[in-house]
Each structure stands twice: as structure tokens, then as C-alpha cells.
Design a protein around this ligand. Sequence first.
Ligand code: ATP
Ligand code: MG
Length: 428
Amino acid sequence: MTIQALKGFKDILPEEVGLWQHIEASARDILHRFGFAEIRVPILEKTELFARSIGEATDIVEKEMYSFADRNGDSVTMRPEGTASVLRAFIEHGLQTRLPVQRLYTIGPMFRHERPQKGRLRQFHQLSVEVLGLDHPRLDAELIAMAWLILEELGLTTSLQINSLGCPACRPAYKEALVNFLAARQDLICEDCRRRTVSNPLRVLDCKSSHCQEQYVDAPAILDHLCLGCADHFAQTRASLELLAVPYAVNPFMVRGLDYYTRTTFELLTDTLGAQSAVGAGGRYDGLVAQLGGAKGMPGIGFAMGLERLVLLLGQQNADACPETATDLFVAALGEEATVKAFPLVHLLRRKGLQVAMDLEGKSLKSQMKQADRAKARFALILGEEELAKGEAVLRDMTSKEQQALPLAGEPEALCAVLVTAIASTAQ
Ligand code: ATP
Ligand code: MG
């Protein structure tokens, strides 16, 4: 019996990898333009890290984490998101002492035990971006504009929603108003929401049930409860977004699925991936560094993009985004003697930077020409017995079918140089 991958765990096959690389390269390029540095953090962390940051009464911590006791009996968890690990590393290595404002990103797999669907996996990949050490609203706008630019340069159309979740000064009063509202509707909402009315009332607004959502249209809005500082911060974030001409809508009921957010939150949404509508999301988390044992009053903000959803969107909206890479040259050597001659030549050409393929077994001309077509080779270099006898090789332009004879005599370096020039002069 063959063994298959786990449910919700997916292979990314060679024909898809081009899209992934295109997305990653394009995002990295933009991140570097904005002064971000990459950080790579472990996949496995102490369970406590996520319980303390994401929050006990969230979907992720309650029912989605891959947690287990390792061989020493310690509870460990495969990271469900990137922020907690990056902040742990930031605190552990005292990164703020090197640079007052740290701009960090990481790309990699995350793990959540969810019901697998299109665009929702158990192992999925995120680009996770964090800025630590600054709470100015202009930064919120800059970061949102950067997320927007990443999608824009990929040629993707999405919509942007923003909100403010207030701070520990103003959120309690809002919570109270929300709990009163929910208390009057307990028999109309789902069991999860009833439970969370007590344990984590804001989270209720994030419920995926449309029935519950219908009840919440008249719920009190956090934006009506912001303290002066939070209201001003939100107004300045909006004004800065407008300066950068980033189009947004305010959604006062967006609460996000993690507890650590304060003030600005945002989501980048599409309506073409069903329930998997968020391609990216994030927000400010000014208390999180302190909550994890780091410096008090160290502000932070970040977002994460789901790469699977970006790949799906790119397939839908901009399938030609990623040009196929063609082989520069297929070296077709016929027979053992020619193959022995071609073998080091191919290695030399690859060392010079060309993308070169050859048939290591020296099969028939027909078979090798088929291979050259399949590899989408721009040129073929034919080294047959006849050519060998004449001391030359034939270079064929596979598009125009034009051919020219090249001398084989002398050092392979000489032929290599001729080939590099011939191929570079017709570079596409
Ligand atoms: P959703 O509401 O779709 O469950 P989320 O709020 O749980 O998303 P975040 O924790 O904010 O998602 O993660 C940021 C991004 O990561 C999401 O916007 C989405 O693009 C992606 N993402 C989250 N969970 C998954 C998953 N299980 N499979 C694929 N992508 C995911
Ligand atoms: Mg989720």
C-alpha cells in the first residue's frame, strides 16, 4: 500500500513552484525597499509562547494548535503563526539594542489543525512582517501601504478594511457594552459565542456563522468607544493612508482572531476564494513584547499574508505573471565518443552561467531533439559522428531553425566562449 501525505498537508509540485518563487521574490524585493531584514526562527516552540501571546480563548489556541509532549514530556507546539516566535527571538537576543526600530520579516510554514478546504490547509505558508519600537500612526499607514504594494506588484486586486481595537484604557468600557448587548441575545447565538460572551467577548464578532453575524449588525462599535489617544491615532493612520493614496474601508466589527492586537487592525480581502477571503491581515500589538517578558512600552505592529491564497489568486487573476524559464542550450551528442566530448563542455557552459541540458546516455538524434523541445531549448548544439569527423559541431537556433557550424578543435574553452557569445547575442 502506498503512503499518502497527511490530510491538509500538501506537496507543492515543480510546476507550481515557479509561482511560489515569483511571489516570494517579488515580496522580498519590496520588503528590502522598505528596509526590512529577514529573520528565520524555529518551527517548534514552547506551547506557553503561543498561549501567552495569541490568547487562551481563541480558535487557534483552543482547537487548532499542533501541540504535543516531546520525549522529555515538555509541551511543545508547531508554530501556528510567526509573530510570537519573532518577538521571542527579538527579546531573547536583545535586538532593540542594535537598532531602535527593528523591521523584520520571515517566510515559512505554519500549522493549524483546521478543516482543510481550498485555500485553508493544516500546513500553510505565511509571509510574516513585524516592526518593533515605534508607535507612530505614520508607520501603520506605511506598513499597510507596503502590504498593498506587494499585492499591486503581483497584479492582484483586493480590498482593504481597517479598524481600531483601542487599548487597555478604552477597551474595557467597550467590552462591557458588548457583553450587555450579547447578554440580551444568548438564545439567538451559537454555543461558542455564548461561551465567549464570558471568556472573550470581542472574539464573538469574529464568529464564522452567518446566523450569528446577522445578530451582530446592530452590535456596539468599538470606534464609538475609543479614548482620545486611540481616536487620534486612528485618525492619523487614516490621514496617512490617504496621503499614500491607499484605498480603504473602515469595518468597525473587524476584531481579528488573535488577542494581542491593539489600535490599528487591517485585512486584505478578496471575494473570489469563498470563505477563505483574507489574503493578509495584521495590526498593532503594543502590549505584546511586555506580555512576553520583554521591555515595557515596546510597541509593535505586523501583518501576515497567506501564500497559498496568493498563489490561488495569482492563478485566477494573473496567470501569466510568471514567465516559464527556458533552457538556453540542449547539447545533443550522438554516440559514445561525442558524448564523452560533450560532457565536460556542458559542465563548463554551466559554470559560465548558461542553463544547459544534455542526454547523458547519448541516445538517438530523434529522441534528443524531442528532449530539446520538451526543455524548450532556445538552441541545440549537435555533435554527431559526421560532425565529429569534420571537426565541427552544428548550432541550431530552435526558433528560426537557422544553423551554423562551429569548430570543435582546440580547447573546450574556445568553443564555450563562442557559444556564450552566440547565445547572449540572441538573448530574449
Ligand atoms: P481565516 O479567517 O481565513 O481563518 P485568520 O484570521 O485565521 O484567517 P491570520 O491568523 O490572520 O488568519 O493569518 C494571516 C493570513 O494567513 C490569513 O489572512 C490567510 O491568508 C492565511 N491563513 C491563515 N490560516 C490559514 C490556513 N489554515 N490555510 C491557509 N492560509 C491561512
Ligand atoms: Mg483562522
